[in-house]
Ligand binder design. Structure first.
Ligand SMILES: *Cc1c(COP(=O)(O)O)cnc(C)c1O
Length: 795
């Protein structure tokens, strides 16, 4: 990659503004500048992408393909500027032009092709794979509409379509000539020839074009540019498709819906076939492409495909790739079942992201048949052969097809050579409980890869103040080697450093205070603790527990109006899946409680509750540098890893959490003096689930604080008319399945401890420093190195 002087960059910018935006530097809007800068980056990056590809081809490199139905990318402009090395010259040129670089970069629409942590993980992984110089590419879907845009109207969530492509997306290149065809539905017939080989013919299949859009993924200062290929579904224009113009238009609309919208991960019935179609669309288009590339790069027989390719599947969503690769190898390439199975089961590696039964993917047999009957035949045969080796009484727990249901996780495990969880605790639970039967059959297959986040986005770019401070003390080699952040531990007793650290946090809080005011009109106290819970709204993440504590604090102040309290600002960001009623009720409750507390003069500057609408990657980048307490309070055993916990730790927030997911490993690294832990252990939760013994009603009746809060949900305290009695009855009648009442007491205690610690500012800053210093382990560079060493084995 070239480097530019200010003068050169300015001239390039001028040139792009003329030729591509028909404007001048003096008249250019922020949008013009954004597109002109993107064009400069693309000129350099596309050249390097070609060179990277050529190098990989010439070296006949083994490569990983990361398949995911979700990539939660956010904005790319700053990442691309940082990774190309153009960031500071670009900042300077913009400032000289009298522009605020931040405003220019924020012209980019977030690409929100994902729901939450799982999709963001995929995006962080691509950044790390490129930055480590590994030959790896992502494959996903170019949804016309990404994750819905959340608006709050009268305290309730409203969803709007996310029209992220209303302006051109500058980072994508349409590659129509690399289109492949995906076949859906229809019927299968077969004939048997004189050698006993079966030949299949298909009738009435729906043919869909998968058109690739490529997005370059730039490595950090290493002249490596990998690729994310996003598939778009398009119809054929053909005379024999349908009868009449209306029918053809209908057909076209149906086809384009395949890449029409990202599904929020809830259980909507009518979307099921379409969602399954999306999964098959991704894997079929991708595998056809990988086979073509293999043939053109390597002079090897297809029986060696797995030596040059590994496919990591992000959760079970791309599991249909397993029968699809079998289908291609047998039906199109003429390999035997045995050969095809050997290749397939040595190509796929599966990452599990949840142990919650309701979140493990299951599809009805009939639906899979409707999707593609040949794929179902292959799944049945995979299962038949697998079941030959297992005992009758194990069938119920191991069979891929059981009771008319296809279990995707079972298919993924059987068809993969590696199965990993995403944090140490989660991987242990998989082995001990969720997939124990499979673990017994093949212990070697199971492993752990603790998640990570790209520190280049979440620290270097999101928190320039902190990055500068770190670099001024330990130099900048932490950027390439984030474990070197541990050198900061030398400054633990350096009062100067601690107060500089404090000053950075104050500035970030002032910035967030402004953002909060702009978005909500709420004035927060910048000297209060910024206590942050930002994540998808889900019962297991227990935003409700947080609200219970806020109501409790409110009661305390109302009962003792003069009591001294450490001022607190509780900040929430969360989207609820549109069909998830109870989650939406919790959002309504947060707003109702905020409305009462924020308008009560007795409370004034002491507690404020802020809900920032439309939580997404860009908003996360504004909030996280200002966070002081990181709320990670999921019911133990239920959060596979969490990555928000890592982002906030890296920015100096102190985790207040349960021993769940990666919190356990954060605790292990920082030590109990630098984290605030409370609540049931995962063993106890699992014990309650399996053996009973917990009675929520008893807690309700014996703990007066809880009774008072609950009773207010059931009456009119926080609303006029529409109470929260659904939440009230749910907690009592369904016996509080997420143990909110059970953990309330220790949670209140943990929050008290946090407030007391914050009062000793030096102590708090030391805690903050230790968290930053120990966060290098949670860089996705470390995670990707682990994947590569144990699973992918590239280079
Ligand atoms: C990191 C991230 C998440 C994941 O947060 P968790 O706290 O781990 O659930 C979700 N959404 C966005 C936008 C993120 O950046």
């Amino acid at each position: 990659m070239r480097t530019f002087t200010k003068y050169e960059f300015h001239n390039l910018l001028e040139d792009k503004l003329h030729k591509q935006r028909m404007t001048t530097v003096n008249e250019a809007t922020n949008t013009d500048l954004f597109y002109a800068i993107a064009a400069i980056i693309n000129d350099e990056v596309h050249q390097t992408a070609l060179e990277t590809m050529k190098r990989h081809h010439q070296n006949k490199e083994r490569q990983v393909s990361y398949l995911s139905l979700e990539f939660l990318i956010g904005r790319l402009i700053e990442s691309n500027l940082i990774n190309t090395g153009f960031k500071s010259v670009c900042d300077e040129v913009l400032i000289d032009l009298g522009k605020d670089p931040r405003h220019v970069y924020h012209e980019e629409e977030d690409a929100a092709l994902g729901n939450g942590g799982l999709g963001r993980l995929a995006a962080c992984f691509l950044d790390s794979i490129a930055s480590l110089g590994l030959a790896g590419n992502g494959f996903g879907i170019r949804y016309r509409y990404g994750l819905f845009e959340q608006r709050i109207v009268s305290g309730e969530q409203i969803e709007l379509p996310d029209n992220w492509l209303k302006e051109p997306y500058p980072w994508e290149t349409r590659k129509f000539e690399e289109t492949v065809i995906v076949n859906f539905g229809g019927t299968v017939d077969y004939t048997i020839d004189e050698h006993d080989n079966m030949h299949f013919t298909f009738n009435n299949q729906e043919k869909v074009q998968a058109v690739p859009y490529d997005v370059s993924i730039v490595g950090y200062h290493n002249d490596v540019v990998n690729n994310l290929r996003l598939w778009k579904a398009e119809a054929f224009n053909r005379v024999d498709d349908g009868h009449g113009y209306d029918n053809r238009l209908n057909y076209m609309n149906n086809v384009e819906r395949i890449s029409g919208v990202l599904y929020p991960d809830d259980e909507s019935d009518d979307g099921k076939l379409l969602r399954l179609k999306q999964q098959y669309f991704l894997v079929s288009a991708t595998l056809q492409t990988l086979i073509k590339r293999f043939k053109s790069i390597h002079e090897l027989p297809l029986t060696q495909f797995h030596e040059k390719n590994v496919i990591q599947i992000n959760d079970t969503h791309p599991t249909l790739g397993i029968p699809e690769l079998m289908r291609i190898l047998m039906d199109e390439e003429g390999l035997s079942w045995k050969e095809a199975w050997y290749i397939t089961s040595h190509t796929f590696a599966y990452t599990n992201h949840t142990i919650m039964q309701e979140a493990l993917e299951k599809w009805s047999y009939d639906l899979v048949k409707q999707l593609n009957p040949r794929v179902l035949m292959i799944i049945e045969e995979i299962n038949r052969q697998f079941c030959l080796d297992i005992s009758e009484d194990q069938l119920k727990d191991l069979s891929v097809i059981d009771d008319g249901v296809v279990h995707m996780s079972r298919l993924a495990i059987i068809g993969s050579f590696s199965v990993n969880g995403v944090a140490a605790l989660h991987s242990d639970i998989i082995k001990k409980h969720t997939f124990n039967d499979f673990y017994q059959l093949d212990e070697e297959k199971f492993n752990n890869k603790t998640n990570g986040i790209t520190h280049r986005r979440w620290l270097l770019n999101a928190n320039p103040g902190l990055s500068r401070l770190i670099t001024s003390k330990i130099g900048d080699s932490w950027i390439a080697h984030p474990d070197q952040l541990r050198q900061l531990l030398d400054f633990k007793d350096d009062e100067n450093f601690l107060s500089e650290l404090d000053a950075v946090k104050v500035k970030n809080k002032q910035h967030l205070k402004k953002v909060i005011f702009q978005k909500t009109g709420i004035e927060v106290n910048e000297n209060s603790i910024f206590d942050v819970q930002i994540k998808r709204l889900h019962e297991y993440k227990r935003q409700l527990l947080n609200v219970f504590h806020i109501i409790y604090l409110y009661h305390e102040i109302k009962d003792n109006p003069t009591m001294e309290v450490q001022p607190r600002t509780f900040i929430f960001g969360a989207k609820a899946a549109p069909g998830y009623k109870r989650a939406k009720e919790i959002i309504r409750l947060i707003h109702a409680v905020a409305n009462v507390i924020n308008n009560d003069d007795d409370v004034a500057d002491r507690i404020k509750v802020v809900f920032l609408e439309n939580y997404n990657v860009s908003l996360a980048e504004d909030i996280i540098p200002a966070a002081e307490i990181s709320e990670q309070i999921s019911t133990a055993s239920m959060e596979a890893s969490g990555t928000g916990n890592m982002k906030m730790m890296m920015n100096g927030a102190v985790t207040l959490g349960t021993m769940d997911g990666a919190n356990v490993e954060i605790d292990e690294r920082v030590g109990r003096d630098h984290i605030i832990i409370f609540g049931l252990s995962s063993d106890k939760v699992i014990d309650y689930q399996n053996n009973g013994g917990y009675r929520a009603r008893e807690v309700y009746q014996t703990d007066e604080r809880i009774k008072r809060i609950m009773d207010e949900l059931n009456d009119d305290t926080f609303t006029n008319g529409k109470s929260f009695n659904d939440l009230y009855y749910h907690l009592l009648k369904d016996n509080d399945p997420y143990f909110i009442l059970r953990d309330f007491d220790t949670y209140v205690d943990a929050e008290k401890r946090a407030a007391a610690l914050y009062n000793d500012k030096k102590k708090w800053n030391q805690m903050s420093l230790v968290n930053i210093a120990e966060s290098g382990y949670f860089s996705s560079d470390r995670t990707i190195k682990d994947y590569n060493e144990d699973i992918w084995k590239l280079n």
